[in-house]
Design a binder for this molecule. Structure first.
Ligand code: B1M
Length: 211
């Protein structure tokens, strides 16, 4: 890994927000591809944070300060990840499902969708099924749900049931994602698609709304 990326990776791992910002800026100034900065400098660091948490070397406070450092770096990257100058591709409501507070992945998907020209309504974290139902009632064409915990994946199922109960299931396309979510799970709960990362979420949203 080159020096700029390695500095960014370490700053996020240490939860050092100012250093994460300056390292992200240095990586941009060095002309590195923003997608590479994101994947190899930032997402890779968060994976390592997760590994350390699993091993008992990191605890919740460390995860939290690393997440804050990543988000601070991401603000600098944001304009470079969005292409701008694109026509509206559709209205998307995206949230992290009930019981789940992880929002970095969801924010990244939202950011990339915005960059691809979608109008994005951010439903935040811990979003209950009725919050998604309300968004569908208000005209969202695509519902995006994110879950990072195996225990909250079931909230995706509950949300789809709520959309069905409200008679709205056929009005919207539904995509799901997040570390524990799989294509098989998406099919099982009746979602229209699964994406393993933010850029593939954009491609999926585009293909679903084109149909
Ligand atoms: Co939490 N946490 N956490 N955590 N945390 C995980 C998820 C965990 C895997 C860590 C571990 O054990 N290795 C583990 C879950 C285990 C499990 O369920 N099997 C875990 C746990 C246990 C917990 C708590 C229960 C800890 C506790 O309190 N004892 C607790 C739960 C709180 C709650 O939600 N109710 C908790 C809390 C937290 C913090 C608040 C401290 C913090 C979150 C801060 C924040 O988000 N603002 C946190 C963090 C940072 C993590 C890890 C380390 C990093 C997550 C992350 O941001 N990754 C995580 C370990 C890991 O994931 N390896 C972990 C980077 C992000 C870019 O990736 O979110 O996967 P990701 O998003 C990707 C794709 O998944 C995809 O695209 C994104 C970009 O490529 N994607 C979508 C995501 N959503 C999508 C939606 C789509 C499409 C694609 O369509 C709509």
């Amino acid at each position: 890994m080159n020096e700029e990326l390695s500095n960014l990776f370490n700053a996020i791992l240490e939860g050092d927000m100012p250093s994460a910002q300056s390292a992200a800026q240095a990586a941009l100034d060095a002309g590195l591809d923003p997608g590479l900065i994101l994947s190899d400098g930032m997402i890779a660091a968060m994976k390592e944070v997760g590994r350390r948490f699993e091993d008992g070397d990191y605890f919740v406070p460390e995860m939290l300060i690393s997440a804050r450092a990543m988000q601070a770096g991401l603000i600098l990257l944001k304009p470079h990840l969005q292409s701008g100058n694109v026509k509206s591709a559709g209205k998307v409501a995206i949230g992290t499902v009930k019981g789940d507070l992880h929002d970095i992945g969801k924010n990244l998907v939202a950011l990339m969708l915005e960059g691809a020209g979608f109008e994005v309504i951010d439903l935040g974290t811990d979003a209950a099924p009725d919050v998604f139902v309300k968004a569908a009632q208000e005209g969202a064409q695509l519902i995006g749900m994110s879950a990072l915990l195996t225990t909250t994946m079931n909230s995706m199922d509950m949300t789809i049931q709520s959309l069905k109960n409200a008679g709205l299931r056929d009005n919207v396309k539904i995509i799901v994602g997040g570390a524990p979510v799989t294509q098989e799970f998406a099919a099982k709960i009746g979602a229209d698609g699964f994406a393993p990362d933010a850029s593939r979420a954009v491609t999926l949203a585009q293909s679903l709304l084109e149909k």
